[in-house]
Every structure is written in structure tokens, then in C-alpha cells.
Write a protein that binds this ligand. Structure first.
Ligand code: FMN
Length: 151
């Protein structure tokens, strides 16, 4: 794998912290990683990524957070061909909401519809669990990347 991109979408910063901690854990294992906020990332560049790790929370009533919504809108509008893209997905939510973790489900469905291939199971952090989001995410990403075949 040449480069892995961790793209985060957040409203109050938790997904950014998780993205940074995933990146640090992977870099320790020798993987080249870049972290970017979805709002600063051009959807046309996605086709160049070897592997994308999506880290996104849910806000409102099952909506995407502030920095992910424009990225998702751009995907729906531009419809880039993602058939060469492999992605993993991690959601941050709170199970006290009926719309638990719908944000990551929305993004995952759009990536899949555009031809991207999901690697491993979607990971979830539940704010109601009391667990540290980064601990959950770092354990999740290592199982996902064990599934991913390096290209
Ligand atoms: C106003 C508000 C609305 C929220 N709505 C949802 C929701 O609909 N579904 C869900 O699973 N979590 C919801 N959450 C929980 C957040 O997704 C959770 O706290 C997450 O860790 C926030 O991550 P972020 O800081 O990266 O945005 C909501 C939180 C707040 C404060």
C-alpha cells in the first residue's frame, strides 16, 4: 500500500482526534498515512487513493456533521468513479439517539454506490458506552487492515 488517507468529518472535534490517533498508531507500524478534514478534500482526488479510512460522526437527527456534509454533497453531485478505491468506515455516535450512527451509514452507502469496495466491518463508537473513542478505533483499524491485502 502506497499511502493511506484518513478522512474525518466532525462537528465538535471527536472524529478529528480519532483520525489523528488512528494515524499515529498506523505510522508506528510503518504505514504512510495522511490525515485530512473532509471539508478540505477534493472528491476528485479520491480515485488516486490506495485506501481511504472514513471517520465520521452523526449530528442533528441522523445527519452528517458540518465538515462531512459538503463533501458528501460534492460526491453525490460529481459522482466520481471510485471503482479503484478501497475504504474502511468508522462512525461516532450515541445510542441514546434513535438515529444512532446514521452518518457513517450514509457515507458508506454513497461510497459503495460510486463503486468503492469496503474493507472489513464498519467500526462504531457509542458515546453512551463510556469507552474512549480512540481506543475503540485503534483496535478496530488493526483488525480491518489485517483484512486488507497490501497492493
Ligand atoms: C446536538 C447533537 C446531536 C447528535 N445527534 C446524533 C444522532 O442523531 N445520532 C447519533 O448516533 N449520535 C448523535 N450525536 C452524538 C455525536 O455523534 C457524538 O457525540 C460524537 O462523538 C460526536 O463526534 P464529533 O465531535 O466528531 O462530531 C449527537 C450529538 C449532539 C451534541
Amino acid at each position: 500500500m502506497n499511502e493511506l488517507i484518513v478522512l474525518f468529518g466532525t462537528e465538535s472535534g471527536n472524529a478529528e482526534l480519532v483520525a489523528d490517533d488512528i494515524s499515529a498508531a498506523l505510522q508506528e507500524k510503518g504505514t504512510a498515512v495522511r490525515v485530512a478534514d473532509m471539508e478540505d478534500y477534493a472528491v476528485d482526488d479520491l480515485g488516486e487513493a490506495d485506501m481511504v479510512v472514513l471517520v465520521v460522526s452523526t449530528y442533528g437527527e441522523g445527519d452528517l456533521p458540518d465538515t462531512a456534509a459538503p463533501f458528501h454533497d460534492a460526491l453525490v453531485e460529481a459522482k466520481p468513479d471510485l471503482s479503484g478505491v478501497r475504504f474502511a468506515a468508522f462512525g461516532l455516535g450515541d445510542s441514546t439517539y434513535e438515529t444512532y450512527n446514521l452518518g457513517v451509514a450514509t457515507l458508506r452507502a454513497t461510497f459503495t454506490a460510486l463503486g468503492a469496495t469496503q474493507i472489513g466491518e464498519t467500526g462504531y463508537h457509542d458515546a453512551d458506552s463510556g469507552l474512549n473513542p480512540s481506543d475503540v478505533a485503534v483496535a478496530w483499524v488493526s483488525t480491518v487492515l489485517a483484512v486488507a491485502t497490501p497492493s
